[in-house]
Design a binder for this molecule. Structure first.
Ligand code: PHE
Ligand code: ZN
Ligand code: ZN
Ligand code: ZN
Ligand code: CA
Length: 295
């Protein structure tokens, strides 16, 4: 799998920051900074040869948008989806939450194009609207899939907050191997978890599980039985001393002290965490999408 360019990922974050700054300081649902963000992402993907759709929906009296990008080719009955929410809260520009996931999957998609990847699976990327108002864009997408199209989606990888300034390295706990929290994901989620864990093991970075607690866009997918996975570097939760020993950083402080605040700017990113997660995304996409079915 390729090494994703941290420089390129950060250039996308700079663009999202500029969009927020030019549009009242945020990229929230129903605000002009959201549509500008969607148009930026879509423009990059169109230029790279993706087939893109701007799917609109209404929530709270405002139009929201999902950007859906299909990479031509692969088995149309065996689809891997990769998603991140593109909206921010109104309080700030949302660069870690979730410019980080949005930029990382965008750069992975652009690398798929540069390498002219011909995966066995069909690859579909998604940037969701209105996550911050209750997973509205991803829920709309799943609700509006025909049953046959839903059945073609064999896995969903979610990336929400992957550059937290005081990072943890969390992987969604597909099999509930720690026996705590909200239980396992749909059958197949453990396999997605293992692929991601294999990447972090290969670079010598320990991971811990995080539960499918319904706080991000995997929710509508697991609710209909689609296996899911992904990574997360932490939000308002406090890093414990054991976690600081494991990962470095500062015990007793939030993983992201600027979570949902105006200070979630391009300064609110840990470059090492962002780089490792972007590379983990590419490893997962290459490994899963190019595997011979039924992996
Ligand atoms: N989805 C939450 C938000 O956008 C953040 C979060 C991501 C929380 C993943 C838990 C797990 O605010
Ligand atoms: Zn890298
Ligand atoms: Zn958020
Ligand atoms: Zn988020
Ligand atoms: Ca577990």
């Amino acid at each position: 799998a390729p090494d994703i360019s941290l420089t390129n990922v950060k250039a996308h974050l700079t663009q999202l920051q500029s969009i927020a700054t030019a549009n009242g300081g945020n990229r929230a649902h129903g605000r002009p900074g959201y549509l500008a963000s969607a148009n930026y992402v879509r423009g990059q993907l169109d230029a790279a040869g993706f087939t893109t759709t701007l799917q609109s929906f209404t929530y709270n009296g405002a139009t929201g948008y999902n950007v859906i990008a299909d990479w031509p080719g692969g088995d149309p009955n065996d689809i891997l989806m990769v998603g991140a929410h593109l909206d921010s809260v109104t309080a700030g520009p949302g660069i870690n939450d979730n410019g980080s996931g949005s930029a990382s999957i965008l750069e992975t998609a652009l690398e798929v194009s540069r390498q002219a990847l011909q995966p066995a699976k069909h690859l579909r990327f998604a940037w969701w609207g209105a996550e911050e108002l209750g997973l509205r864009g991803s829920q709309f997408y799943v609700n509006n899939l025909a049953a046959a199209d839903r059945a073609r989606i064999k896995g969903y990888l979610n990336f929400d907050m992957v550059g937290s300034p005081n990072p943890g390295y969390f992987v969604y706990d597909g099999d509930n191997s720690d026996g705590t929290g909200s239980g396992p994901g749909p059958t197949g989620s453990a396999e997605l978890e293992k692929v991601i864990q294999d990447y972090f093991t290969s670079i010598g970075v320990p991971t811990r599980g995080t539960d499918f607690d319904g706080r991000s866009d995997y929710g509508p997918f697991i609710a209909v039985g689609i296996p899911a996975g992904g990574t997360f570097t932490g939000a308002e939760g406090i890093k414990s001393s054991a976690q600081a020993t494991l990962w470095g950083g500062t015990a007793g402080q939030a993983f992201d002290a600027c979570y949902h605040r105006s200070c979630d700017t391009t300064s609110n990113i840990n470059d090492t965490a962002l780089d490792r997660n972007a590379d983990a995304i590419a490893y997962s996409v290459w490994t899963i999408a190019t595997a011979v079915p039924p992996v």
